[in-house]
Design a protein around this ligand. Structure first.
Ligand SMILES: [Zn+2]
Length: 201
């Protein structure tokens, strides 16, 4: 079993499946899971890696590639090379604003870079399984990337103008972004994640 990253909605089944299957994940996923006293032993990945690995299974090569800090500091994207399927974990979500977990080593600029890396590497005809949302094609992470760069540049500009988070939230985002805020992360929360991360740099 492969974990794309540490979050509970992506590793919550580990304790169950770990009794029968070997769990594979990036080194930092195991580190963060074992740092939580509530994690049962069976839920820990038994095979960890730092950069990439391949699993030869079910008649195909399944490539697991770690991406630098973005959504968290332990994310991987999974490519089922023969089936033409890519699972992006939460490095790409289809439609709503993404959660970037700054407390687990996430980074806004790194997140955008990782989407660029995926766009370079994902074959044009791949079927994409996002961490959340409907099945996607390559056009969807492209649209997602445009949203990320546009909203980040709005926040960067406001920071250079000396605006506070409250002022940035009061100004909001252009109306075209309304639908993006209908999920788990609303406009104010998305602005806060970007502001808190970019203001430190
Ligand atoms: Zn996540």
């Amino acid at each position: 079993m492969l974990n794309t990253h540490v979050h509970g909605d992506h590793t919550g089944g580990n304790a169950h499946f770990g009794r029968k299957a070997d769990i594979i994940a990036h080194t930092n996923v195991r580190k963060r899971l074992s740092g939580n006293p509530a994690t049962p032993k069976e839920a820990l990945p038994v095979l960890t890696f730092d950069d990439s690995l391949s699993v030869h299974f079910n008649g195909e090569e399944i490539r697991v590639l770690h991406l630098p800090p973005g959504h968290t500091d332990g994310d991987s994207v999974i490519h089922f090379t023969k089936s033409g399927v890519v699972h992006t974990g939460d490095q790409f979500v289809n439609a709503p604003f993404p959660f970037i977990d700054l407390g687990s080593g996430g980074d806004v600029a790194g997140y955008i870079k990782n989407v660029e890396t995926m766009l370079e590497k994902i074959p044009s005809d791949a079927k994409i399984i996002p961490g959340h949302g409907a099945l996607a094609t390559r056009e969807d992470p492209k649209k997602f990337h445009r949203m990320l760069t546009e909203t980040v540049s709005i926040v960067r500009k406001a920071i250079t103008e000396g605006k506070t988070l409250e002022q940035v939230q009061a100004a909001g985002l252009p109306a075209d972004y309304k639908d993006w805020g209908a999920g788990f992360i609303n406009v104010n929360r998305w602005l806060q994640i970007m502001y808190n991360n970019l203001n430190k740099k």
